[in-house]
Design a binder for this molecule. Structure first.
Ligand code: HEC
Length: 87
C-alpha cells in the first residue's frame, strides 16, 4: 500500500532523499488504524488524479491539501518517533 505514496513521490518530489527505513512498530501493533489511513489515502489520491485531469486549479489545490494532511497524519502516528533525531 505504501507503494502508492512512493509513486506519488515521483509526481510530487518532497525534496528529500533520505532512506526509507523508519517504519514504526505501530504499523503492526495498530494494524486497523494503519489500514484505515492507507484506505483513506488511496481514496484521496485517486480523487487527486481525477481532479488533476480536469485541470481545475482551485480544486486541485484543495485536494492536494487533503492528501498532504494525510501524509502528515500517517507519519505522525506510524513513522518511528525520533526518526529525525537519528539523522
Ligand atoms: C498510511 C500511512 C502513510 C501515508 C498516507 C504516507 N506515508 Fe510516507 N511513510 C509512512 C511510513 C510508515 C514511513 C516510514 C517507513 C519507511 O521509512 O520505510 C514513511 C516514510 C516516508 C518517507 C521517507 C522519509 C523518512 O523520513 O523516513 C517519505 C519521504 C514519505 N514517507 C513521504 C510521504 C508523502 C509525500 C506522503 C503523501 C503524499 C506520504 N508519505 C504518505 C507512512 C505513510
Amino acid at each position: 500500500m505504501h507503494a502508492n505514496a512512493h509513486d506519488l513521490l515521483a509526481i510530487f518530489p518532497p525534496g528529500s532523499d533520505q532512506g526509507h527505513t523508519y517504519a514504526g512498530p505501530e504499523i503492526w501493533t495498530q494494524r486497523d488504524g494503519f489500514e484505515r489511513l492507507t484506505r483513506a489515502y488511496d481514496v484521496a489520491t485517486e480523487k487527486l488524479v481525477e481532479v488533476a485531469r480536469t485541470k481545475a486549479l482551485p480544486e486541485l489545490r484543495e485536494q492536494f491539501g487533503v492528501v498532504r494532511r494525510q501524509c502528515l497524519d500517517c507519519h505522525e502516528k506510524f513513522r518511528t518517533p525520533g526518526a529525525e533525531r537519528r539523522h
